[in-house]
Write a protein that binds this ligand. Sequence first.
Ligand code: SAM
Length: 334
Amino acid sequence: MTEPSAQEHTTTQHSSANVEVDTSYENDSSYGDELSSYSTSLTSSVLDYRHENGRRYHKYRDGSYLLPNDEAENDRLDMLHELCLEVLHRKLYLAPIGKPQRVIDLATGTGLWAIDFADSHPQAEVIGCDLSPIQPTLVPPNVKFLVDDIESEWAYERDPFDFIHARYLAFSIKDFGKLIKQCYRSVKPGGWVEFQDWDGYPYSEDGSLDDTGFQRYYDEANNAFEKAGYEVRPGPKLEEWFQDAGFVNIHVEKFQIPHGVWPKDKHLKKVGTWFQAQSEAGLEAGALAALTRYEQWTKEEVILLASQARADGRKRNVHALFDFYIVYGQRPES
Ligand SMILES: C[S@@+](CC[C@H](N)C(=O)[O-])C[C@H]1O[C@@H](n2cnc3c(N)ncnc32)[C@H](O)[C@@H]1O
């Protein structure tokens, strides 16, 4: 990949005017089958997890992240990794990074991105950090995982990175602007930062999402997250945050991600299948802490909201889409 010239600024949109519906699916009684067939050393206090409403949550900086860190959630994150690889045609990143030596994956989750990156870049030393130590222990020798809070002040400026990567921090982070400025200060001159993130609110191009349980779920859950101070729609704002931080050669790519097997296009159908699988696995987990801790819902009310969202999201005539953004930029050489 060639390095872009200084100050170049590009935007790519991966969507046609409309995502075409595969109408044969609307009348196919086997609809849904395709989905089911896809279907360090630590102190004990970090592992002393919080248990609530039948789910397990991180302990370090207790309460600062509202999704669980149990097996079911970790399986969902692994599905999400496969979804992102499918969207990017098996690429892990889009920035023209060359051969970086020092790399960090912020809020790495189960660490699959960091492990895959370390495997494919044996020259690089890769760090994955997260509030939860949920990463595997059998990993390539050039990757290590740390428990860390990326919203706290960083100590990395003294030993900066060649490449900083962050994926899917929507619903996790309160101050993206501050985080991206921290990245700027902690990447070497000429180094790259890439964020891959959602606009976490669904839409449809044909009105089929209106008044569904799926839309109500996002109205209720997003409202609770926003009231608690979290950014739920960072994707479309990333470009501005990169500009404000001082990055150059900023590049933006936007992908439309269908929910379900309804698109006619084969690639989008596969993407939509993975997306629906991980979405269904995460509906209850996604809203449970936000609505019970901040909005006084009961566990049973959240389960009902999630099951109505799941049922409507499965309907063959509901054509939900989300936008996913990839934005990368370079710290100027001088
Ligand atoms: C939705 S998951 C995404 C995980 C991973 N980046 C991926 O793409 O699969 C969000 C992750 O952010 C972590 N997280 C949330 N707030 C954090 C913080 N302040 N510092 C470090 N990690 C955080 C959570 O523990 C969780 O693993």
